[in-house]
Design a binder for this molecule. Structure first.
Ligand SMILES: Nc1nc2c(c(=O)[nH]1)N[C@H]1C(S)=C(S)[C@@H](COP(=O)(O)OP(=O)(O)OC[C@H]3O[C@@H](n4cnc5c(=O)[nH]c(N)nc54)[C@H](O)[C@@H]3O)O[C@H]1N2
Ligand SMILES: Nc1nc2c(c(=O)[nH]1)N[C@H]1C(S)=C(S)[C@@H](COP(=O)(O)OP(=O)(O)OC[C@H]3O[C@@H](n4cnc5c(=O)[nH]c(N)nc54)[C@H](O)[C@@H]3O)O[C@H]1N2
Ligand code: SF4
Ligand SMILES: [Mo]
Length: 732
């Protein structure tokens, strides 16, 4: 234990709630309220509050494991690392560098994501790297980039939400997925603003709405186009704004006009009066926002769907103006930073493109390599998993558990088994690690320092608060050791701040420019919003090793001056005064060459799999409040398991009656990919044509046994949110 109180951030979702860690009498840590972080002001959900339980879990890995005679047995670090290096070298020699794949995660810190991308390109020389963020917000990222020239999930801080006039929340159940953020929407309503929620289920979030629209899964594109049609028909277009700040309106308008309200009602199941009411609520106030999450994004047309919602914002003059805009609620702890610094198949640090010669030259110079040696773009996440055992014969996996979380998971499991070499770095023996040839036990959030970038685009410092157990090493140490064994002795530091200093240089001049950010500033300013270019040369005194990085004040007291109301840009800098960071984007111009936003001309299309006689019901999937993702971490916490012990199938009483299923009865859900069985949870809160399953569990009730890996043509996002299934009663 280093400090008595260490201010840091939660290991889980993109809200990155602030928390204090304090030593507990039994040698572990306790979570304390940290009220100075403006996003959560001390509030935490149950996952954050119980996160320390995973640090001291009995099933935590503390020794490397290697497969021997079919089983995983403990090994020394040298044995394990040697075996990996030898396997990777052999694969490369026999099949070429692209036969080695790398799979990362949006939960990894910026330092890890950056180093993993560099490791793939410089040490392995492979193009075959991608990460689980592809399954997360990639459609919104693609649409945001197209429309605005830049993808930062929220172009404004969350604190703007209560001050706008209306928010349309499309396919987000944030009351369960980011509970402390619900406050911003409650305050919005208290201030006289309105909330519209679009979700096929009446979720805890939808219950807070002034208007709940419950479309059929997979029809958000039609819904957005129908709203835009009405905006035009009712004369609500902001012509002056469209003229001055956008291009492409004529084509987008023509496409939207083909989506008559009655036609949209037929596709979506949302009535024409409800469509009109939504348009009125959205258009009447001075300012309004559209926020999307996984509901509309995890579709084989997710990019076009988000594009259509952005069109709605642009046509009504609600983007790049104070208290107005489109935003995506990014999901994972570092879902934002994890998509900026090079673990994505087509990307170099600073949100640069791998196929851009200028970007290649810049990053190659920082890395001290010849730009021509950098490989080109590789396969997207699902395509990479699908190629395992054929084109890709060895895989290094860090920060994901695809056996539970990938679409068509039975097939992915089979592909993983067919590898010559699977290496997994994890905290626990996840379902994926259990299939590995070598498992490396790594340190966790509270045992290491690093930065994350929250859904607001706010770069944050997570601090080491506790000494890791014997036997584990950090992901950075793993990459350093492997680089060394593969003949690259320099360029893979194990000190996170040293990595961050290099990341600053690599990102300088890119879209996601972190060059003006230092660990010291992060500690003193409670985070800095990118872009934050350096003022002059890149210096910045590093924080002394092991020293407390800011003096914590007495418990309960704010630890730094709260931001001035509405004006976080003006917060004075305590030290190395430089660029203040950018809480709000696009107010003067969009990040396109001409400064104007782009409309997209899109039309509705069917989902990859629509119900038919054999598979007459729609399946959608998502989350519950008490479990996180594949559950590898949260399934270890007693309190969370008590709240959410296992999978279930949520269905309407009418469907249940047809099936003859009572509450709690096992129900089989069958798709073209496989069959899953879980207890029925009967509720009128879901459409009668749809069933819902959470995806947090492996085994018989694994939702991803069923899901369809149909990919969005642009973002390569799989269609997690809709596929066709049939239900069968299970006789015990
Ligand atoms: N408790 C908890 N919190 C989490 C996570 C977790 O696993 N557990 N994960 C984190 C991560 S990585 C992410 S990405 C976020 C995700 O956060 P959310 O996007 O809020 O989570 P989901 O439950 O996947 O999906 C949201 C809603 O989409 C609805 N939906 C399903 N199909 C459709 C559709 O076709 N259209 C529309 N409009 N809605 C639809 C579902 O009914 C669901 O209520 O949560 C983060 N926070
Ligand atoms: N059906 C369905 N499937 C989905 C979704 C859905 O809505 N429906 N959502 C998708 C989305 S949005 C996401 S983000 C994915 C997430 O799904 P996964 O990618 O499986 O995410 P996690 O369960 O968070 O996996 C993280 C793994 O890394 C480990 N880990 C945590 N921190 C570290 C670290 O610092 N280093 C290392 N080496 N390991 C670490 C954890 O123990 C865990 O085993 O699931 C996707 N799958
Ligand atoms: S909302 Fe997200 S960041 Fe906040 S405590 Fe819960 S899991 Fe952690
Ligand atoms: Mo996610």
């Amino acid at each position: 234990m280093q400090n008595s109180v260490t201010p840091t951030h939660c290991p889980y979702c993109a809200l990155q709630c602030g928390m204090n860690l304090m030593p507990a009498p039994d040698g572990t840590v306790e979570v304390g309220e940290r009220t100075d972080f403006p996003v959560n002001r001390g509030a935490l959900c149950g996952k954050g509050r119980t996160a320390p339980a995973v640090l001291s879990s009995r099933v935590r890995l503390t020794s490397p494991l290697v497969r021997s005679g079919g089983t995983l047995v403990p090994a020394t670090w040298d044995e394990a690392l040697d075996r990996i290096a030898e396997g990777l070298r052999r694969t490369r020699t026999e099949y070429g560098p692209d036969a080695v794949g790398v799979f990362g995660g949006g939960g990894l810190t910026n330092e890890k994501a950056y180093t993993l991308g560099k490791f793939a390109r410089v040490v392995l020389g492979t193009s075959q790297i991608d990460y689980n963020g592809r399954f997360c917000m990639s459609s919104a990222a693609a649409a945001g980039t197209k429309a605005f020239g830049l993808d930062r999930g929220l172009p404004f801080p969350l604190e703007d939400i209560p001050k706008t006039g209306c928010v349309i929340l499309v396919g987000s159940n944030l009351a369960e997925t980011m509970p402390p953020s619900l406050r911003f929407f409650t305050e919005l309503k208290e201030n006289g603003g309105t909330l519209i929620v679009v979700d096929p289920r009446r979720t805890r979030t939808a219950e807070q709405a002034d208007l709940h629209l419950a479309p059929r899964p997979g029809t958000d594109l039609a819904l957005a186009l129908g709203l835009l049609h009405l905006v035009v028909a009712e004369g609500r277009v902001d012509e002056e704004y469209v003229e001055r700040r956008t291009v492409g309106w004529e084509d987008a308008r023509a496409a939207a006009m083909a989506h008559w309200p009655e036609y949209v009602e037929r596709i979506t199941g949302v009535s024409v009066p409800q469509l009109r009411e939504a348009v009125r609520m959205f258009c009447e106030p001075e300012a309004a926002m559209v926020l999307t999450a996984r509901g509309p994004e995890q579709q084989s047309k997710g990019t076009d769907t988000v594009g259509a919602w952005i069109n709605l914002c642009l046509a009504t003059g609600r983007a790049g103006r104070p208290l107005s805009g489109y935003g995506c609620l990014t999901g994972q702890g570092n879902g934002q930073g994890g998509r900026e610094h090079g673990q994505k198949a087509d990307q170099l640090p600073g949100y640069r493109k791998l196929d851009d010669p200028v970007a290649r030259r810049h990053v190659a110079e920082v890395w001290g390599v010849d730009p021509d040696t950098l490989p080109g773009p590789g396969r997207s996440a699902y395509e990479l998993l699908d190629a395992l055992g054929t084109d890709v014969r060895a895989l290094l996996l860090m920060g994901s558990n695809p056996v539970v979380s990938a679409p068509r998971a039975g097939h992915v499991e089979e592909r993983l088994r067919s590898l010559d070499l699977l290496v997994v770095c994890d905290i626990v023996l996840s379902e994926t690690a259990a299939q590995a040839d070598v498992v490396l036990p790594v340190t966790q959030w509270a045992e290491e320092t690093g930065t994350t970038t929250s859904l607001e685009g706010r770069v944050l410092l997570r601090r080491r608060a506790i000494t890791p157990p014997d036997g584990v090493r950090s992901d950075l140490e793993v990459l350093h050791e492997l680089a060394d064994r593969l003949g690259v002795e320099k360029g893979f530091p194990t000190d996170p701040e040293e990595v961050f200093e290099e990341l600053r240089r690599a990102s300088a001049g890119g879209l996601a420019d972190y060059s003006g950010i230092t660990y010291r500033r992060l500690a003193e300013e409670n985070g800095v919003f990118w872009p934050c270019p350096a003022d002059g040369e890149l210096g910045g005194a590093p924080v002394a090793d092991g020293e407390p990085q800011s003096a914590p004040l007495a418990d309960g007291e704010p630890q730094s001056a709260p931001l001035a109301d509405g004006e976080p840009q003006e917060t004075p800098l305590a030290h190395d005064a430089g660029h203040p960071g950018t809480p709000r984007l696009f107010l003067d111009r969009f990040a396109t060459p001409d400064g104007r936003a782009r409309f997209v001309a899109v039309s509705h299309r069917a989902s990859a799999e629509e119900p038919d006689a054999e598979y007459p019901v729609l399946l959608t999937t998502g989350r519950v409040v008490a479990q996180y993702q594949s559950g590898a971490q949260t399934r270890l916490v007693e309190e969370l398991n008590a709240a959410a012990p296992g999978p279930f199938v949520e269905l309407h009483p009418r469907l249940a009656a047809r099936l003859g299923a009572a509450e709690g009865d096992p129900v089989a859900v069958v798709s073209r990919r496989g069959r899953a069985v879980a207890p029925a949870r009967i509720t009128t809160a879901i459409r009668p044509d749809t069933v819902f399953m959470p995806f947090h569990w492996p085994g018989e009730g694994r939702a991803n046994t069923l899901t369809n890996p149909a990919l969005d043509p642009t973002s390569r996002m799989p269609e997690f949110k809709t596929c066709a299934v049939r239900l069968e009663a299970v006789r015990s």
